[in-house]
Design a protein around this ligand. Structure first.
Ligand SMILES: [Zn+2]
Length: 460
């Protein structure tokens, strides 16, 4: 608690200094930069890889509100007429999460509210429903559609997930095989919340608002608002880090997420004036001024990237040029440790225009460039010349081109140890650059997994 209090006081102090800095900046007419703000908005404490080591513990959030930590957070609200649960954690942590939350409250579970249909939030849902059959399940009106999509493609998604987060996916799979309640799908909401109207609940002495915020991590996003405490549970809309550039395209693979819906949702959250934000992951954030400052930057950064993509498309710039060119300006800098601007640029481009980029007629046919790599190796008289050019590209600071060429050389089959050593060097170069530039969790995890799987491929 002391730590929480300290963070809270720090946040308030920083927010006050920031507000003064902002006023000075407005008075002086200079753009506000990250250097003006003692609590840097482009830095976050948690990194994505903390997902891998999070333990299940019980922490107080506010009077009568508790959080069970884990890879994802789950919360419980005590009312005079029983308790309300928000999210239930991943399958392999769900039992522990349930025990911890139950130990904090008295009376029956009245409601189970789900912030969205991702498995790290609904993993233990059927466990709770089995224990409390009268508890009402509340979700977004699109929850069932999203759940259906994630369920019919669960094998595909879990194969992809294992390519990026092998440890977590293995733990989830093990839990699923041990208990059919952890299988995806089959969760039926009793009450749905639509995009137009919040659901206002009176549970005993506690007023709870359930709001649709179809943005951030999907179109079925819900937030839960406790007006008395000005406490907002945002699911993954504002996280997992705070503040950060949102993850508007996840390389795990999922539908593109809407920029303009996100902006609208952040405006809605700002209008509530939350003093505490309780996310779907990691620590609770405290301090109304700091929260508003951070949310404003998150909204403005997304609007900036949106407008730059639109301007670039109209100016006839290619997708790749925009992915390289569009960067957050200094006064909008945010962590890209989870959501990466370049990936979101591509997501937005494809949202607006689909996959045909008008760069080559070959895009229209299901015969990719790699289908002729082997012919190129033959034309080059074997993989060695191509490997030499790849090495030169790497040495010249062009690791992406080096990787293309390595893949061409690999098409010859039975890659040599030296070719695989070069591939490892290229991937390590990309990894070091990723850590230096954005420290993006998804990108680094992908590169780590590709480096780890290189050794068995090598033949002499
Ligand atoms: Zn999540």
């Amino acid at each position: 608690m002391d730590q929480i209090r300290m963070r809270c006081q720090l946040a308030l102090r920083h927010a006050r200094v920031s507000a003064i800095a902002s006023m000075l900046v407005i008075a002086l007419g200079a753009p506000m930069t990250f250097a003006d703000e003692p609590r840097a908005l482009d830095e976050v404490k948690e990194r994505g890889w903390d997902f891998k080591q999070t333990q299940v513990e019980l922490h107080p959030v506010a009077d009568g509100v508790w959080r069970a930590t884990g890879t994802a957070n789950a919360y419980i609200i005590q009312t005079s007429a029983g308790a309300v649960v928000i999210d239930t954690g991943l399958p392999h942590q769900a039992m522990q999460v349930k025990e911890r939350l139950e130990s904090a409250v008295k009376g029956p579970i009245q409601k189970l509210i789900f912030t969205h249909a991702h498995m790290d939030h609904i993993g233990g849902a059927k466990l709770w429903k089995q224990a409390y059959p009268d508890a009402e399940i509340i979700a977004h009106e699109d929850f069932s559609k999203v759940q259906h999509e994630l369920t019919i493609l669960s094998e595909y998604y879990s194969r992809r997930g294992a390519k990026i987060l092998p440890e977590l996916v293995a733990l989830s799979k093990k839990a699923r095989s041990s208990n059919p309640l952890f299988e995806p799908g089959g969760l039926v909401p009793d009450v749905v919340v639509d995009n137009d109207e919040p659901l206002v609940l009176q549970v005993g002495d506690t007023e709870i608002h359930v709001l649709a915020l179809p943005a951030g991590e999907g179109r079925d996003g819900l937030a839960v608002w406790l007006p008395k405490q000005k406490l907002l549970f945002t699911g993954d809309m504002t996280g997992p880090h705070f503040p950060m550039f949102p993850n508007l395209y996840s390389i795990r693979g999922e539908r593109y997420r809407e920029f303009l819906d996100y902006i609208h949702a952040v405006d809605h959250v700002i209008s509530l004036g939350p003093e505490i934000i309780a996310h779907g992951h990691f620590d609770v954030i405290r301090g109304a001024d700091y929260i508003e400052l951070a949310l404003t930057r998150m909204r403005d950064a997304v609007q900036y990237v949106h407008d730059e993509v639109v301007a670039g498309m109209n100016a006839g710039k290619s997708l790749e040029v925009l992915m390289q060119e569009i960067k957050l300006p200094e006064h909008l800098k945010l962590s890209e440790g989870y959501g990466k601007v370049a990936y979101s640029v591509r997501g937005l481009w494809e949202t607006y225009t689909g996959w045909f980029q008008f760069q080559s007629t070959t895009e229209l046919y299901p015969v990719p460039a790699r289908s002729v790599y082997q012919d190129l190796v033959v034309a080059a008289g074997g993989p060695d010349t191509i490997q030499q050019i790849a090495q030169a590209k790497l040495d010249g600071g062009e690791p992406e081109k080096a990787l293309h060429l390595v893949e061409v050389a690999q098409a010859a089959g039975s890659p040599s140890a030296s070719l695989m050593a070069l591939k490892r060097a290229v991937l390590q170069n990309l990894r070091a650059r990723a850590i230096r530039q954005t420290n993006n969790f998804m990108e680094v995890s992908w590169l780590d997994a590709r480096i780890a799987e290189l050794a068995p491929e090598t033949k002499d």
